[in-house]
Design a protein around this ligand. Structure first.
Ligand code: DX5
Ligand code: ZN
Length: 223
């Protein structure tokens, strides 16, 4: 299994975005996690397609776009044009999830489904084969810097078993409250794509990325 780090730009210094992105890319991160918030599905606003399009010209990281947006299919084309590589939608924010996942895959991009901490895994039952990545929220979405919700480790474990039983290769991305202190538990539970915002951008982003990558590489090598 491939282990991937996806630093969340939400915690970066907005005045120096290009430098922050450059630092995590240079230190070995493979993805860039871009949190889009609409002030409706979640209380806060963040940024949209124009900011992503501008960063696209400055980075070759995989753009991992997390849409915390009500009925995101309305904006799908905008995010494709802006340069997204993976588009993740919330099961709670989409009325026709099957149709939305098909629509994402039809654009040639990878499709992800995000679940809030309280949302059961059973919403995935019928659409798991249409999903390249499941994003498990380990805080309630909307803000960076919140503490990891401990029961989520069991949820990650249950999802990894489900994916294995069904013979699928679906990635499990974990988002919210992941730090250098708890990432090993998250990996051991079965996650393989790690999002971290404040764990990376609070302090030296390059050094923090390198420390995360060290743990991820050891996990990939079987420790
Ligand atoms: C929260 C966002 C996260 C957030 C993670 O709603 O989806 O991606 O930026 O930030 P930390 O790692 O600080 O919890
Ligand atoms: Zn996110």
């Amino acid at each position: 299994m491939q282990y991937i780090l996806s630093p969340s730009l939400l915690a970066a210094d907005i005045g120096h975005l290009a430098e922050e992105v450059g630092a995590v890319e240079k230190a070995g991160a493979q993805y860039l996690h871009l949190d889009v918030m609409d002030g409706h599905f979640v209380p806060s606003f963040s940024f949209g397609p124009p900011a992503i399009a501008s960063l696209r010209g400055q980075s070759s990281l995989v753009f991992d776009v997390h849409l915390m947006v009500q009925e995101p299919r309305r904006y799908l084309e905008d995010f494709v044009k802006a340069g997204a590589d993976i588009i993740t939608v919330h099961a709670e924010a989409v009325t026709h999830l099957d149709r939305t996942l098909y629509a994402i895959r039809e654009t040639g991009l990878k499709a992800g489904v995000a679940l809030n901490p309280a949302t059961p895994l059973s919403v995935l039952d019928w659409i798991l084969p249409l999903t390249d990545m499941v994003l498990l929220m380990t805080v309630n979405p909307g803000f960076g810097g919140q503490p990891y919700i401990p029961y989520c480790n069991d949820k990650i474990r249950a999802l990894r078993s489900l994916i294995r039983e069904r013979g699928l290769q679906t990635d499990i991305e974990v988002d919210g409250g992941v730090t250098l202190q708890n990432v090993q538990d998250v990996l051991d539970a079965g996650a393989n794509v790690i999002v971290s915002g404040s764990g990376i951008f609070r302090g030296d982003a390059g050094a923090n990325t390198a420390a995360f990558m060290d743990i991820l590489r050891k996990q990939e090598a079987g420790r």
